[in-house]
Design a protein around this ligand. Sequence first.
Ligand code: COA
Length: 674
Amino acid sequence: MSSPSFANPLLNPPARPLPRHVAVIGAGSIGPDIGYYLKSALPGLELTLVDLQQAALDAALARFQGYADKAVARGKMKAADAQAVLAGVRGTTDYDAIAGCDWVVEAATENLALKRRIFADVEARVAPDAMITSNTSSLPAARIFSGLREPRRATVTHFFAPAWRNPAVEVIDWPGADPALVAHLRRLFCETGKLPLVTSDAPCFMLDRLFDTWSNASARRRGRAAASAIDSVAADYVQAGPFFVLNLAKGNPIIVETNTLQADEEGEHYRPASIFRSVDRWVTVGPGQRIEVAGDVAADVRDRLLGVLFSQSVDILDRGIGSAADLDIGCRIALGFKRGPLELMRALGEQETARVLERFVRERPGMPAPRRALADYQRFERHVLVDDVDGVKVITLRRPEAMNALHDEMTDEILDVIRRHESDDAVAGFVITGYGTRSFCAGADIGRFPSMLGDADASAPYARDCSRLLVHLDAMSKPVVAALNGMALGGGFELAMRCDAILATRDAWMQLPEVTLGILPGIGAMVVPYRRWPQASAVFDGMLLRAERLKAARAHELGIVEALAGDAQSLVAAAVARVRELARAPRKRPVPDSAVALPPFSGEIGAGADGKTLSRATLALMQDAIRAAAAAPTLAEALEAGYLAFGASACTAAAREGIAAFHERRSPDFGRTG
Ligand code: COA
C-alpha cells in the first residue's frame, strides 16, 4: 500500500472540492442508503439514483422519505433539514442523467462483467476527472477498472450495512489509483462522518475477508453443531452470529461468490462449503438469544471460530492488506464484533492464541499461520493516530463509536506517545485533537462508570488515576496545544484546559455535563478554570452548576480559547505553529499553583440549562468542592479536593440514577433521588 499521507485524513490538504452532483448506480439494497448518507451529510448535494427498474427507484425514494420522517419524529433532525435532505434527489432509468456528475458510485450486482459494462457506460458520459467508485465487497479494483481510459480517478469504496448510518467504509488503495484520489476520499469520508479504512486490493479487501471466511468456517462446522448452536457460541464475540447475519443479508450466494474468488486466487482451503448452494435460510437464533450447547461442542466451535478469525487477522497484517488499528475498529464498527480480533488475541494471551492458531492451521491445511512472533502483532496504537507535522506530534483521539470519549487505554496511549517523544530534540511539542469534525472528545467513557459507582473506596482513587495524563501535562517540559475540532465535553474539556493553549474551530463548543449525570467533573474542572481564567468565573459557575454550553467564539472573547479556525486543517496548522512558538522559551506551567479568591456563585442553582431539575446532593457537593479547591494553597491539594468530591458524588443515589438514565436514553429523575 502506498499511503504517504497523514494518518488523520483531515490533515491532508483538499485535492478537490466537496462533490456537488453525485450519481449512485443501483437502487437495490445498499445504493439508496449510500445516497441517503451523502444527502444527510451534504444537504446541498444534487443526487441522481440510476437503475434499470423504475419500481426500484420508486422504492428507493420512498425509503428516503421514510428515513427522513423517522429522523424528524425522533428529534434527530429538524423538519427544515429533512426537507433539504430530500430536495435535489431524483431517480432515473436514463444513464445520460449522470453527465455533469463529479462522483459516480456504483452499487449494482456483484458481477465483474456487469460492473465493467457499467463503468464503460459511465466513463462515456462523465468528465475525465470525475471520481468513479464501486461498492464491490470483493472484486479487486484492478480487475474492475483496468479497461477504463482514465483509471486513476477510480477505486473501490466499500460501505457496510446500513450504509446511511454505519460509519465504516473501506477505501481501496490500488496501484492504478491516483494517491491524491485515495487521500481525497479519506478526507471526504472523515469530513462527512464516516470512518475510512484504507486497504490494499486483495480479493474481499480486509473486513469481508474476515466475515466471509468466518461464515464459511461456520458452515463447515455444521457436521459438529447446528447453525443455532454455532450462532450461540459466536454470541460471545459478536452482536449477531454468522447464520443470523447471512439470513438478514440473504448472504449465501454472496459467500459462494466471494469464497470462490478467494479459492481461485489463493487456494482450495477457501472453497465455499457446498451447503451454501442448497440452503436458502438458516434455522437459528437472533441477537441476545442462545441455545444450550454441550461443553465439548461449544469448545470445538469456539476454537474453529477463533481460529479462522486469528488466522485471517495475522494474514491481513502480514500481507499489509490493512492496519492493525483499522482491523480492530473495523470489526467492531462494521461487523458488530464486541472486541476486535487483536484485542481478543491479547485478552486470551499468547499461549492460548498460539494453541487456537496451531489447531486451526493443522485442521485446515493451507490457512495462513502467523509469520511473526504473536507479540509483534500487538505493537500498535489502538485509539489514537499520531502524525508528525513540522516537528510537532499531532495526537488524534479516534474512537468514533463513542465520540472520542476517553477511557483508560486511550489515556495511557496518549501518555505513552508523549513520554516516547518528550526528550526527543527533534520534537518541539504536541497537539491533541479529535477525529472527524464533530467531536474533540465527549469526556470520560460513561460505559465504564457503573462498575465504580457506589464504591467509596474505588471512586476517589478512580478520579486520581484518571488524572495521570493531566498531572503529567502540568509538569512536562514541552508545550501541548489542544485543537478543539468540535465538542469538548467533561473530561475532554478538562484535558484541553491543562494544555498550554486551546485553539478551536468556530463551531466548536464546550460543556461540563456531569451535573446532569448526578456526578462531578473530578479531574480538574472544579479547580483549573477558576485559577487559570478568573475573569470568566461566572461562566464557569454556569457550566459547572447548570451544564451551560460555552461556544468557541465566546470562549475566545473570554481569553479561554486563544484563536479560532475555519476548519480542522487550518486549526491543526495553527496549533502546530503555536507549539513551535511556545517551544522557543522554557515552558511555564499552564495552571497557576496558588489559591484564588472566589466571588459568590452566580445565577440560579437548582435547574440545568435545559430547565430540568438537578440533584440537590450533587449541587451541594459541587459548591463545597469548588470553594475548597479555590482555597487550597497548591494545585495538587486543590486537585485532591476534586478527586474526593467526585468520589463522594459517585456514591449518591443521584449518580446511580443519572448514569442509568444515560444508558437507558431517558431523562434522570433527580426529584426522586434528591
Ligand atoms: N462515553 C461513552 N459513550 C459515549 C459518550 C461518553 N462520554 N458520549 C457519547 N457516547 C456514545 C453514545 O453512547 C452513542 O453510542 P451508541 O451509538 O452505541 O448508542 C454514540 O457515542 C453517539 O452518541 P449519541 O448520544 O447517539 O449522539 P448524539 O448526537 O445524540 O449526542 C452527545 C452526542 C455527545 C451530546 C451525547 O452522546 C452525550 O451527551 N454524551 C455524554 C457526554 C457526557 O456527559 N460527557 C461527560 C462524561 S463524564
